[in-house]
Design a protein around this ligand. Structure first.
Ligand SMILES: Cc1cc2nc3c(=O)[nH]c(=O)nc-3n(C[C@H](O)[C@H](O)[C@H](O)COP(=O)(O)OP(=O)(O)OC[C@H]3O[C@@H](n4cnc5c(N)ncnc54)[C@H](O)[C@@H]3O)c2cc1C
Length: 491
C-alpha cells in the first residue's frame, strides 16, 4: 500500500520544531510537511517542566524567534508565558494544524535509489505503527530524554520516610507548605526552585556537591522598556536582541580569555548580595573556570534574597546516605527533610532516540561529523536543530531553519534530489560536539556526533559568526555533494 509522502518531515513540536515549520511555510511555501510530536501538546520543554518557578534563564529577546518579537519588558519569563508564546506562534502562523500529536518517531531509513526517507513512528495512545515517507528529515527533538530525568542512586533512599521528587516529573499533589525541603543540585533548576519554594516551605536547603557560578540579572530589561516606548515593535526587538547577543558573547569570550578576572567579578557580585561573613569561598566559588559549565542566572538576585532572609540556606558537601529523616553527609552533618528534590539533571538523548540507516547501513552517530553544526556526514537530506549552550537556543535554531529553507530552494532550482555532507578523506582531529564539562554532557558525549577542527566541520558557539555562515554563506561548498536521483552523478 502506498504510504503518505511529504516533502519535509519535522520531528518535535517544541520551540525549535514550531520555529522550523514557520520558516518552512514562509520561505518554501510550496512544500508539503507535517510535524510528528510524541507528546499530546506543543511546547516541548516548556510544556513538560512544571516545577515551582520554572522559567528561562536566558533572556526572551534572544530565546524568542527572530520573526516574532517578544514584546514584554520582562527578560526572564516563566514557563507558562514561554509555552503560550510557542503555542500562539504556532496558531498565528497556521502550523498548529500540521502537528500530529502522540506520534513517536522510532526509525528513519534513507534510500538513495529514490532519494526518500521511510519513517516509522508509533502512536503513543494505541501502539499502532505508522509509516510514511519524506524527501527531507528535519529533527527538532531537543537534547534530552523526556521519560526520565537523571537521578544518581544514593544509599538508603528507600528508607527515607519523606517524599523524593524529580523536577522533570513534578507531582500535582505535592504540598510542601510548612515542610523542610532539601534541593539536591546547583544548576539552573536548583537555583530556580530554592527561592520559589522558600516562601512556602518551612525551610529550603540547597545541597550541592560543587558550586556553580551564579550571576544576578535584572528580571525586567530597562533597555527593552525604553526601546518599547520610542521605537516600533520590530526595531525595539532588534535593538534589544543585539544588545543581549553582544553582552552574552562578551561575557563568554572574557570567561575563556580572562577567567580570573571574570571569577573576581562574579565573586564581588555574589558577596554584595549576601550577609557579611557568608562563606562565599565554599558555597559560590566553583573549582573550574567560568563557562566550563553553564552559568546560572538568577533574576534580581532572588536566590541571594532567600538566603539573606533565612528562608533558604546553602550546604556544600557530599551525600553519604539517605536516612529515615533526611540526608547524612560524609562530614557527619545530617539534614532533616520532609521533601527531597533531586535537581540532579537530565539524561542527554540525541535525535529523539531515533535509529537512522542509510541504504541499509545503520548510522552510528558517534562516527558522524557535524556539518555546520546542523547536518551529519554521510547522512543525506537530514538536518538537526541544536541550539547554543552558551547563548539562547533559538538564536541558532532560527539560523538552522533559514539554512534548511535556502538549501531546499537551491536543490529545487538546480533539480537536485539529494544533498550529503561528505567529510574529507584525510584524517581529521575530531572533538566532542559539546565542549561543556557539565556532568550531563560528560555522561553521554561519547554517543553524540563529533566536530572537526575547521569550518564547515567546526561547531561555532558564536551567533555573529554563524550568521555569516548560515544566513549569508553558500549552501553549495566543498563539504556537501548534491546529486540527481536518476544519474547519481556528482555535479
Ligand atoms: C528547565 C529548562 C530550562 C531551560 N531554559 C533555557 C533558557 O533559558 N535558554 C535556553 O536557551 N535554553 C534553555 N533550555 C534548553 C531548552 O530545552 C531549549 O531552550 C528549547 O526549549 C529546546 O527546544 P526544542 O524544541 O529544540 O526541544 P524540546 O523543547 O526538548 O522539544 C522537543 C520536542 O520533540 C519531541 N520529540 C522528541 N523525540 C521525539 C521523537 N522521537 N518523536 C516525536 N517527537 C519527539 C518532544 O516530545 C518535544 O516536544 C532549558 C531547558 C530546560 C530543561
Amino acid at each position: 500500500m502506498a504510504s503518505e509522502h511529504l516533502d519535509v518531515l519535522i520531528v518535535g513540536a517544541g520551540l525549535s520544531g514550531i520555529g522550523a515549520a514557520c520558516h518552512l511555510q514562509r520561505e518554501c511555501p510550496g512544500k508539503t510537511y507535517a510535524i510528528l510530536e510524541a507528546r499530546k501538546a506543543i511546547g516541548g520543554t516548556w510544556d513538560l517542566f512544571r516545577y515551582p518557578g520554572v522559567r528561562s534563564d536566558s533572556d526572551m529577546f534572544t530565546l524568542g524567534y527572530r520573526f516574532r518579537p517578544w514584546t514584554e519588558a520582562r527578560a526572564i519569563a516563566d514557563g507558562s508565558s514561554i509555552r503560550s508564546y510557542v503555542r500562539d506562534t504556532a496558531r498565528e502562523h497556521g502550523v498548529e494544524a500540521k502537528v500530529r500529536y502522540g506520534h513517536r518517531v522510532i526509525t528513519a531509513s534513507w534510500s538513495s535509489d529514490d532519494a526518500t526517507w521511510t519513517v516509522s513512528a508509533v502512536r503513543t495512545d494505541t501502539d499502532e505503527a505508522v509509516s510514511l515517507t519524506c524527501s527531507f528529515l528535519f529533527v527538532c527533538s531537543g537534547y534530552y530524554r523526556y521519560d526520565q530525568g537523571y537521578t544518581p542512586t544514593f544509599d538508603g533512599m528507600s528508607e527515607f520516610e519523606g517524599r523524593v521528587v524529580h523536577p522533570q516529573h513534578w507531582p500535582d499533589d505535592l504540598d510542601y507548605s510548612g515542610k523542610r525541603v532539601v534541593v539536591i543540585g546547583s544548576g539552573a533548576t536548583a537555583v530556580t526552585l530554592v527561592p520559589s519554594m522558600a516562601g512556602t516551605a518551612a525551610h529550603v536547603t540547597m545541597l550541592q556537591r560543587t558550586p556553580s557560578y551564579v550571576l544576578s540579572l535584572p528580571a525586567d530589561d530597562p533597555v527593552a522598556w525604553l526601546a518599547g516606548r520610542v521605537l516600533p515593535t520590530s526595531a525595539a526587538y532588534w535593538v534589544v536582541r543585539w544588545k543581549n547577543v553582544l553582552a552574552t558573547l562578551l561575557l563568554f569570550q572574557l570567561s575563556r580569555r580572562r577567567p580570573e578576572s571574570v571569577k573576581r567579578m562574579i565573586r564581588r557580585g555574589v558577596e554584595r548580595q549576601l550577609p557579611a561573613g557568608f562563606d562565599v569561598d565554599t558555597h559560590f566559588s566553583p573549582p573550574y573556570s567560568p563557562w566550563d559549565q553553564r552559568m546560572c542566572f538568577v533574576p534580581d538576585g532572588d536566590l541571594f534574597r532567600a538566603v539573606r532572609s533565612g528562608s533558604a540556606s546553602v550546604v556544600t558537601g557530599t551525600i553519604d546516605r539517605f536516612t529515615r529523616g533526611g540526608i547524612r553527609l560524609t562530614s557527619g552533618e545530617e539534614l532533616e527533610a520532609d521533601v527531597v528534590v533531586t535537581a540532579t539533571g537530565l539524561n542527554l538523548l540525541a535525535i529523539g532516540g531515533m535509529s537512522l540507516s542509510v541504504d541499509g547501513s545503520p548510522v552510528e552517530l558517534s562516527k558522524t561529523l557535524a556539518y555546520k553544526g546542523m547536518m551529519l556526514s554521510g547522512v543525506p537530506n537530514f538536518a538537526l536543530a541544536l541550539g547554543y549552550t552558551n547563548a539562547s537556543w533559538t538564536l541558532k535554531c532560527d539560523l538552522v531553519s533559514e539554512y534548511v529553507c535556502r538549501l531546499l530552494n537551491h536543490m529545487d532550482a538546480h533539480g537536485y534530489q539529494q544533498v550529503t555532507p561528505t567529510a574529507p578523506e584525510l584524517p581529521m582531529e575530531t572533538q566532542p560536539l559539546i565542549d561543556l564539562k557539565s556532568g550531563y554532557v560528560l555522561r553521554s558525549v561519547g554517543l553524540l556526533p563529533r566536530q572537526g577542527p575547521h569550518p564547515p566541520w567546526r561547531l561555532h558557539q558564536n551567533y555573529p559568526r554563524d550568521l555569516r555562515i548560515l544566513r549569508r554563506g553558500s549552501v553549495d561548498d566543498s563539504g556537501v555533494q548534491f546529486c540527481r536521483v536518476s544519474s547519481k552523478a556528482v555535479v
